[in-house]
Design a protein around this ligand. Structure first.
Ligand code: NAP
Ligand code: MG
Length: 407
């Protein structure tokens, strides 16, 4: 087809599993291929291919992302015992997202897609709240022990050079108890802070970081200090030029502010806070199927995906020949996010503009009453109609053909 938008650098395409793998093909075929001469470097992260390659394909896809700069990823199965049986796996392969994150490093930003007619459980949230979760350390890399009666727990830090030791008593146990050791590294905290500052500038949103430095005067305070230092030295000027702000506050105060807010900012969270708060925020906005996710690496690369999984239950129904009503919007936004970023990096204005049209087509299809079952149950739009998976994409495709013709 002539007149299609040309790309320069290939997008790293990571295919996946189950219902999202089906949606993946439809999004490309119905919405993208008619308008974009799609140039991708394709990696099949579907479980069958991971098994065939001894999971090498996952690392190869991550390496390709480092090389080309932008990736789009389909949801993938993280095997458990059942999946090992179902797919006849030789090993319980690790979570692909974990493997990719270990190679790219970086911070995951999750943001809801808002549409008219679907009111968040907190109705003042009229703009998206983006959660940035620090994905290293704290209780996720903890060391814990049960403490017997009469034991004494100490924190000992030994300098590998001089051998000098610093000791602190944690607790002397009369009866039994428990004890836990957690850590983080300056490097990881600094890289988290930089990812947050860059993303705030990139999306022109205010950034908040919150921790509990009043109680944790060394540990949490250190996070606060690193954020402050990097902000002062590297970002203060560009923030003020861009008209965005950085603020630190106590996590309790932050929770209160978030609930009272109208949204429209980035909330940077320590690992545990981000784990919990991202589920709270996603639920309050209505549906996990309307949540986008992007991994921003300090190495300057980006990986876009949907926040939900492979929608296994729907897939089994699809495989049995039934029509499902699976929401494709977050997957579609993973594609649009990646195409927009590719367009920006390569100076392809038409590609970046197309990404906007793709998103508008999906959002306006829903706002005009055509939506999948998950949204149908939530929407207050009059004359709404429940569409099946493919039907929704075709409806969005009709709108897109109109926008695509606009100059
Ligand atoms: P899931 O795929 O997110 O689906 C859980 C339920 O949420 C679905 O059964 C469905 O509810 C609803 N749902 C999620 N996405 C939806 C969509 N797009 N449209 C409509 N409804 C949607 O989570 P899961 O079933 O726990 O996990 C399935 C597989 O995904 C697992 O093997 C897991 O390892 C993998 N996973 C991958 C990622 C990733 O790659 N990033 C993330 C999470 C999970 P109803 O059945 O009520 O309609
Ligand atoms: Mg969680």
């Amino acid at each position: 087809m002539s007149g299609r938008i040309k790309m320069k650098t290939p997008l790293v395409e990571m295919d996946g599993d189950e219902m999202t793998r089906v949606i993946w093909q439809w999004v490309k075929e119905i919405l993208i291929a008619p308008y974009v001469d799609l140039k991708t470097e394709y990696y099949d992260l579907g479980l069958a291919r991971r098994e065939e390659t001894g999971d090498a394909v996952t690392a190869e896809a991550a390496e390709a992302t480092l090389k080309h700069g932008v990736a789009v990823k389909c949801a993938t199965i993280t095997p458990n015992a059942e999946r090992v049986k179902e797919y006849g796996l030789s090993e319980m392969w690790k979570s692909p997202n974990g493997t990719i994150r270990a190679i790219l490093d970086g911070t995951v930003f999750r943001a809801p897609i808002l549409v008219k007619g679907i009111v968040p459980y907190i109705p003042t949230w009229t703009k998206p709240i983006t959660i940035a979760r620090h994905a290293y350390g704290d209780i996720y890399r903890n060391v814990e022990l049960p403490a017997g009666a009469g034991s004494r727990a100490e924190l000992v830090l030994r300098d590998s050079g001089s051998g000098a030791e610093t000791r602190r008593t944690i607790h002397e146990f009369d009866g039994g108890g428990i004890v836990q050791g957690v850590h983080n590294t300056d490097e990881s905290i600094a890289s988290f802070a930089r990812a947050c500052f860059s993303y705030a500038l990139d999306t022109k949103q205010d950034l908040w970081f919150a921790a509990k430095d009043t109680i944790s005067k060394t540990y949490d305070h250190h996070f606060k200090d690193i954020f402050e230092e990097i902000f002062e030295e590297e970002y203060k000027k560009t923030f003020s030029e861009a008209g965005v702000r950085y603020s630190y506050t106590l996590i309790d105060d932050m929770v209160a502010r978030v609930v009272r807010s109208e949204g429209g900012f980035i909330w940077a969270c320590k690992n545990y806070d981000g784990d919990v708060m991202s589920d709270m925020v996603a639920t309050a906005y209505g549906s996990l199927a309307m949540m986008t996710s992007v991994l921003v690496s300090p190495k300057g690369v980006f990986e876009y995906e949907a926040a939900h999984g492979t929608v296994q239950k729907h897939y089994y129904r699809y495989r049995a020949g039934e029509k499902t009503s699976t929401n494709s919007v977050a997957t579609l936004f993973a594609w649009s996010g990646a195409l927009r970023k590719r367009g920006e990096l390569d100076g392809l204005l038409d590609l970046a503009a197309f990404a906007g049209k793709l998103e508008r087509a999906a959002v306006e299809t829903i706002e005009n009453g055509v939506m999948t079952g998950d949204l149908y149950a939530l929407s207050r739009t009059e004359n709404k109609r429940q569409a099946d998976t493919e039907d929704f994409l075709r409806e969005a495709g009709k709108r897109l053909s109109v926008y695509a013709a606009e100059k």
